[in-house]
Structure formats: structure tokens, C-alpha cells
Design a protein around this ligand. Structure first.
Ligand SMILES: NC(=O)c1ccc[n+]([C@@H]2O[C@H](COP(=O)([O-])OP(=O)(O)OC[C@H]3O[C@@H](n4cnc5c(N)ncnc54)[C@H](O)[C@@H]3O)[C@@H](O)[C@H]2O)c1
Length: 236
């Protein structure tokens, strides 16, 4: 129905949290899914250990996936980290680590795929940003900068890729229940819930549906350069 049956789709950071929900839903939609993760355990046989901060590793990984599964149609840049501190206290090393993973890592993930997608004249790129990239957040200057930057990347890719029938979009989650938000202390969570009209954090599956929509050549064929916010109404 969504035109994703048999399509090869790569998801970065697909072994847990939002990434794992995207992988699972894409598999339900009949896609051939491959994913990477930094370390630890993959849940399924299609996972590869590869670091998004390493351009050579990512180039080799994409070649391996194309050999194993076929030409890549969709790329979902989901891998991301936080290293939070107020701007007055943030270390340069924590600035660099977040930029290397969340921004350069996105570049390293899409770059090896662009030429092939443009040549085949089909493809969909989805970058996972954040509500924090849209509105900033106290203690997250590094993270906010990277998540805002990927919106600019997608808008540029959308303009460059349109003539090759390759679309690029962003999904910007609000606060979602994953390992990333687990460390937020309960009293702080209560304050955040009070700001969210739906009064709760989202579930990874609720982000996965938005990503699947953006990947689908049927459902979103005329959508490119768009930011889809999935945040329970949390805009201020
Ligand atoms: N959880 C939230 O509230 C929330 C909100 C908005 C946006 N996001 C974004 O959604 C994405 C997924 O977040 P999550 O909550 O599922 O996080 P998570 O911590 O549960 O998972 C992060 C994933 O990224 C992978 N990863 C991290 N660094 C990597 C590296 N260098 N190389 C390869 N893989 C790497 C990890 O292996 C893991 O699979 C991130 O980009 C995050 O910024 C999350």
C-alpha cells in the first residue's frame, strides 16, 4: 500500500529507541531494512556495528548493504546523542562529540548514497531532528545547534535532489520515551508534561509512523523540504 515493499532502507542507530521502532515498522511494511549502531547488541540479523562519525566506515557499510540487499532507496538519519550542559559550562570536547555524531554523522550517512540515488532517479532521505532544533532548550546548545542544522541540510537536499526525484524531509520529535530521556528526573518530567498539551511523552512508534510516511513514494510523493513535528502539541 505504501510502496515500500521490497525497498532497501537504511536506518542509523536502529538497535534501540526510536530507531528500533522505525526498523520494526518498516519491516512490517515489507521493506528490506538495514541499520547500524555504535556498540552493544543488535536485535536482529540485519544490524551492523559502524560509527557514523567515521566517513570511511560509513562508505564501506553502504557498499556492503547494497551488496547484501540491493540498491538503497531510503536513508533515515536517526543516530544521535546528547551531552548536556549550560553554555557557560559546556566543554569543547562535549561540543565536538555532539557535532561529530548528530551533524557530521548525518553527512557521513547520506553522502555515500546520493550519487546512486540521483542516478537511479528515486529515493527518500529522512533526517531525525528534534523539537529542540526548532525552539532551543536550556542546557542543550550543542544538541540544539545540530538539530537545527539538519533542518537546513534537508531543505538544501530537497532543492538539489528534486530534479533527480529524490526527496528530503525532517521528522522533529518532541519528548519521547527512550533511553535518551530516561535520565530526566521525575520532578523535571512533571514540569515538561505540564508544557505539553497532550500531557505525556510520545512513544517511539509514534515517530516511526511519521518517518514511514516521509519514506513512502505513495503517501508523501509531493512532500519535500518539509519538517513534520510530532510532539503532542508542544510548540512553546
Ligand atoms: N528521545 C527523545 O525524546 C528524542 C526527542 C527528539 C529527537 N530525538 C532524536 O531521535 C534520535 C533517536 O533518539 P533515541 O531517543 O532513540 O536515542 P537512543 O539513545 O535510545 O538511541 C540512539 C541510537 O543512536 C546510535 N548512535 C549514537 N551514536 C552513534 C554513533 N556514533 N554511530 C552509530 N550509531 C550511534 C545508538 O547506537 C542508538 O542506536 C536521535 O537523533 C535523537 O536526537 C529523540
Amino acid at each position: 500500500m505504501l510502496g515500500l515493499e521490497g525497498k532497501v532502507i537504511f536506518v542509523s542507530g536502529g538497535n534501540r529507541g526510536i530507531g528500533a521502532a522505525i526498523v520494526n515498522l518498516l519491516e512490517e511494511m515489507g521493506a528490506k531494512v538495514a541499520y547500524n549502531y555504535r556498540s552493544g547488541k543488535g536485535e536482529k540479523g540485519t544490524g551492523y556495528v559502524a560509527n557514523v562519525t567515521d566517513p570511511e566506515e560509513m562508505t564501506q557499510l553502504m557498499a556492503q548493504i547494497e551488496q547484501d540487499l540491493g540498491p538503497i532507496y531510503g536513508v533515515v538519519c536517526n543516530a544521535g546523542i546528547t551531552r548536556d550542559a549550560l553554555a557557560t559550562k559546556l566543554t569543547t570536547s562535549d561540543w565536538n562529540e555532539v557535532v561529530d555524531t548528530n551533524l557530521t554523522g548525518v553527512w557521513n550517512t547520506i553522502q555515500p548514497n546520493l550519487a546512486g540515488m540521483y542516478e537511479r532517479k528515486e529515493g527518500s532521505v529522512v533526517l531525525v531532528s528534534s523539537i529542540v532544533g526548532e525552539r532551543g532548550n536550556i542546557g542543550q546548545i550543542n544538541y540544539a545547534a545540530t538539530k537545527g542544522a539538519v533542518i537546513a541540510m534537508a531543505k538544501t537536499l530537497a532543492q538539489e535532489g528534486a530534479r533527480y526525484k529524490v526527496r528530503a524531509n525532517v521528522v522533529a520529535p518532541g519528548f519521547i520515551e527512550t533511553d535518551m530521556t530516561k535520565p530526566i528526573p521525575e520532578p523535571v518530567k512533571e514540569k515538561i508534561y505540564a508544557q505539553i498539551p497532550m500531557r505525556r511523552f510520545g512513544k517511539p512508534e509514534e515517530i516511526a509512523w511519521a518517518v514511514v510516511y516521509m519514506l513512502s513514494p505513495v503517501a508523501s510523493s509531493f512532500v519535500t523540504g518539509h519538517v513534520l513535528s510530532v510532539n503532542g502539541g508542544h510548540y512553546m
